[in-house]
Design a protein around this ligand. Structure first.
Ligand code: SAM
Length: 283
C-alpha cells in the first residue's frame, strides 16, 4: 500500500479538520476518490508533467492527481483551514506535492513549475471563468500550459464549446476555440458534490494549439468580440459603431455583412475583422 492509499477517507478528513463548506469560497467538495481519479485521468498522461491545481480544498482531486502519477502537483488554496489536511497528503507524497496558501488570482505560479505543465481544477465558477480567460489570452503563444482540465457549471461548459448560431455561442467559445481545442469530457450531477450545488457541472478539457487557428492580435480580437457580443441581438454595424471609423467597410472586408449579428459570425471572420481594426495587421 502506498502512503497515499493509507490516508483516511475524505469525509473523515473533513470532520477531523472542521472543514464545513463555506459558500463565500464556492466550496462544493468531491469526496469520492474513484471520481477524482477519473477526473485526473481526463487531463491525460500526468507522469511526465507538473500539475497546477487551483483550489484543492480538502484534497480529493489532489489525491487523484498524485495517484494517477503526476510528477509534481502545485496546489494553491485560499482557505487556511484546508492546509493541515493538504499537509497530511504532502507528508506521504514523496516530495511530489507543494501547497501554497493564497488567492490564485494574485499568485504567479510559474516560478514553482517546470514544463510540461497541465492545469487541473475544481474551482468556484466565477474564479474559474476569470482564470480561464487569463490563461487563454496571454500576449505570447504557446502558453505556459499544455492543457487545462476544469470543472464548470454545465451552462458555462456549454458556452466554452458552443458553435456559431447557437444560443451559447459567444466570447468564451471564440477565445477557447482560437488557440485551443475545447471538449466536454465529463458531466457531473449536483449529488457528486458535498454539499450539492444547485446546478449540474461538467469538466472541460482544453488542449493548447501550437499556433492560433487564425492570425490576430489577442487584445484587438478580445475587444472586438467583447463589443460584438455585448449587444448580441444588434446588427454588427450598430454593435460595433464607434469601435473604428468606416466600420461597415471593415466588416465587409472581413467577409461579414454589416447586418449580421455576432452570434452568426465564425472565428475565422472575427479574426479577419480584428486584423482590419485600427492597430491590426491589415488595417
Ligand atoms: N478541489 C476540491 C474538491 O474538488 O473537492 C475543492 C473544490 S471547491 C469547489 C473550490 C475550492 O477552491 C475551495 O477549496 C476554495 O476554498 C478554493 N478557492 C476559492 N477561491 C479561491 C481562490 N481565489 N484561490 C484559490 N483557491 C480558491
Amino acid at each position: 500500500m502506498s502512503g497515499l492509499d493509507s490516508l483516511p477517507p475524505l469525509a473523515r478528513v473533513i470532520a477531523a479538520h472542521g472543514l464545513s463548506a463555506r459558500k463565500s469560497l464556492g466550496q462544493n467538495f468531491l469526496l469520492d476518490l474513484n471520481l477524482t481519479s477519473k477526473i485526473a485521468r481526463q487531463a491525460g498522461d500526468l507522469s511526465g508533467c507538473d500539475v497546477l491545481e487551483i483550489g484543492p480544498g480538502p484534497g480529493g482531486l489532489t489525491r487523484g492527481l498524485l495517484l494517477e502519477g503526476a510528477r509534481r502537483v502545485l496546489a494553491i488554496e485560499k482557505d487556511t483551514r484546508c492546509l493541515p489536511a493538504l499537509n497530511e497528503i504532502a507528508e506521504v507524497a514523496d516530495g511530489r506535492l507543494e501547497v501554497i496558501n493564497g488567492d490564485a488570482l494574485d499568485i504567479d505560479p510559474l516560478a514553482h513549475l517546470t514544463p510540461p505543465i497541465r492545469v487541473v481544477a475544481n474551482l468556484p465558477y466565477n474564479v474559474g471563468t476569470e482564470l480561464l480567460i487569463r490563461w487563454l489570452t496571454p500576449r505570447d503563444w504557446p502558453p505556459f500550459w499544455q492543457s487545462l482540465t476544469l470543472m464548470f457549471q454545465r451552462e458555462v461548459a456549454e458556452r466554452i464549446v458552443a458553435v456559431p448560431g447557437s444560443k451559447a455561442y459567444g466570447r468564451l467559445a471564440l477565445l477557447a476555440g482560437w488557440r485551443a481545442t475545447p471538449r466536454i469530457v465529463m458531466h457531473l450531477p449536483p449529488g457528486a458534490f458535498t454539499p450539492p450545488p444547485k446546478v449540474s457541472s461538467a469538466v472541460v478539457h482544453l488542449t493548447a494549439l501550437a499556433e492560433p487557428r487564425y492570425p490576430a492580435d489577442p487584445k484587438i480580437l478580445e475587444q472586438v468580440v467583447a463589443r460584438a457580443f455585448n449587444q448580441r441581438r444588434k446588427m454588427l454595424r450598430a454593435a460595433l459603431k464607434g469601435a473604428a471609423p468606416d466600420i461597415e467597410d471593415r466588416l465587409l472586408a472581413a467577409g461579414i455583412q454589416p447586418t449580421d449579428r455576432a452570434e452568426t459570425v465564425d472565428l475565422e471572420r472575427f479574426c479577419a475583422l480584428a486584423r482590419r481594426m485600427p492597430g491590426g495587421s491589415e488595417a
